[in-house]
Design a protein around this ligand. Structure first.
Ligand SMILES: NC(=O)c1ccc[n+]([C@@H]2O[C@H](COP(=O)([O-])OP(=O)(O)OC[C@H]3O[C@@H](n4cnc5c(N)ncnc54)[C@H](OP(=O)(O)O)[C@@H]3O)[C@@H](O)[C@H]2O)c1
Length: 480
């Protein structure tokens, strides 16, 4: 493989992210021949483990989470890349040992550091890398969330950029790397069918939903201080929104794409926080726990597990198109999708384009034809391209983390956020968080489509959340 020699060092190497996403992603990159010939993964941990005992642990996780079937001899080959290095990452001493260790692995390799830890540790690790002279000419991947608010994001960024150059910092939002989010660029810019009509003259509304069936699970402690606005909207949903509405970049280099996305984030507005933001929290459906009964959640918590917003864009192409965004836990179904509702001609049903991001991946298009037979009655039909319907395609679709890690090894920052994007997103969200009244939270029963008010939000404009019966995985399994 024609890639530069690399040592990837994972801080937080004994955490959930490393086990479930990072190691399986690297394994799959080996399967697809995307790793450099000279390659090492150094796992940083404070636990009393050896390389051998860590490799034993890693085996099970890779078996469980790899998208390719794992073959024992391939896995052994992969695990040879992985070594465990015990140190406390908040103490400088270990970094000097680490420097010596690198010499023994591959003295001239490029370094890629992965901060798979809570944001509170980002600065300490960066500062210690700097002190041990390990930061120059190295790349660093920063997990989300990039801070907990505007102030902490600014502070983290100030420290990081005093140690690493901006072009060495890779800020992750793994939603951006999902196959169908990347596909939005192609759908928009490679089809005359869409490219010239992607504006307010032709598009009545844009809807972006990220609904989950699960509740907070074991993340109560974190989630109760965060809520849906900060956990999902600030990063994933604003990223998707900016990709759906941005102007075509002059080229597909990182700077050009970031510039167009930033333009969207700078011009986003909410007309009325009171009327256009709906916060919700799930209650029990009789069998499931209510949010307030979840572990490590305050019994009288007003944290939102659901948010719906109506947004507008001061932009020549989007002056009159409402953008509705919602995300919630314990919803009626698991689906992340973008719905483009076109303006209707005469009294016909409007054309609808749905970009299905997860768990089904595909594109659905609704249009009108003549009803067969005598006369000219109109019938509404659809075409549904299902990318994830068969096993082979699923294997062909790289996981978001594979794409991100591969891009970082190649030095390609297109899929990673600029600090300006992070900053603009935090500014927008903080403005909402500071003004919204959490006492006005709307309760919704688990496994329903969210609070009544979230439906009223669209009804007011003569719109509704569009949820088509799309043919995806469920359809395939139902006909088998
Ligand atoms: N898990 C996911 O799917 C996911 C997805 C997106 C983003 N993220 C983000 O990724 C980051 C890591 O998440 P995670 O789920 O992997 O967390 P986690 O399971 O709690 O793992 C945290 C890691 O940090 C280490 N650590 C914590 N405090 C430490 C300390 N004081 N000194 C040394 N090591 C310490 C832990 O070591 P020990 O094992 O020794 O405790 C562990 O390796 C977080 O910022 C999270 O928001 C995670």
């Amino acid at each position: 493989m024609n890639k530069k020699p690399h040592i990837v060092t994972i801080f937080g190497g004994t955490g959930d992210l490393t086990y479930r996403k990072l190691l399986p992603a690297f394994y799959n990159l080996m399967e697809t021949n995307h790793l450099p010939d000279d390659f090492h993964i150094v796992i940083i941990g404070r636990q009393d483990l050896t390389t051998e005992s860590y490799r034993e642990l890693a085996k099970n996780w890779i078996h469980e989470h790899s998208r390719y079937k794992v073959h024992d001899e391939k896995l052994e080959e992969f695990l040879n890349y992985v070594t465990y290095f015990e140190m406390i990452f908040t103490e400088e001493e270990g970094y000097h040992r680490l420097k010596e260790y690198y010499q023994s692995l591959s003295p001239n390799a490029c370094h890629l550091y992965y901060f798979a830890v809570a944001p509170a540790f980002f600065e300490a690790i960066a500062i210690n890398l700097g002190k041990a002279d390990l930061a120059s000419n190295s790349k660093v991947i920063i997990e989300k969330p990039f801070g907990n608010d505007l102030e902490s994001a600014g502070q983290i960024n100030k420290t990081l950029t005093s140690i690493f150059s901006e072009t060495s910092i890779y800020r992750i939002d793994h939603y951006v790397a999902k196959e169908m989010v990347q596909n939005i660029f192609t759908i928009r810019f490679a089809n005359t069918l869409f490219t010239n009509i992607w504006n307010s003259d032709n598009i009545k509304s844009i809807q972006i939903s990220a609904n989950e069936l699960v509740g907070v699970e074991n993340r109560g402690n974190y989630y109760d201080h965060t809520g849906a606005l900060k956990d999902m909207f600030q990063n994933h949903l604003l990223q998707i929104l900016s990709i759906v509405t941005m102007d075509k970049p002059t080229d597909f280099e990182a700077e050009s794409i970031h510039e167009k996305q930033e333009e969207i984030l700078e011009n986003l507005y909410i007309e009325s926080i009171n009327d256009d933001v709906v916060l919700g929290q799930y209650t029990s459906d009789g069998n499931s726990k209510s949010y307030r009964d979840e572990e490590r959640v305050y019994a009288s918590s007003t944290t939102e597990t659901f948010v719906a917003l109506k947004l507008g864009l001061h932009h020549p192409h989007w002056e009159n198109t409402p953008i509705y965004v919602r995300t919630g836990k314990r919803m009626h179904k698991r689906a992340t999708e973008v719905v483009i509702e076109f303006k209707a001609l005469n009294n016909e049903k409007p054309n609808v384009l749905i970009i299905k991001i997860q768990p089904d991946e595909g594109v659905y298009l609704r249009f009108n034809i003549k009803k067969p037979g005598q006369g000219n009655d109109v019938q509404t039909v659809f075409m549904d391209f299902c990318q994830s319907c068969n096993y082979e395609n699923r294997v062909n679709t790289p996981e978001a983390y594979e794409r991100l890690l591969n891009a970082a090894l190649d030095g390609d920052r297109t899929l990673f956020a600029s600090y300006k994007q992070v900053e603009l997103s935090w500014m927008f969200v903080e403005d909402i968080v500071n003004q919204v009244n959490h006492q006005d939270i709307q309760f919704y029963e688990a496994f329903t489509s969210g609070p009544h008010k979230a439906h009223e939000l669209l009804k007011r404009d003569g719109n509704h959340w569009i949820e088509e019966e799309v043919y995806g995985e469920n359809y395939i399994s139902s006909i088998e």
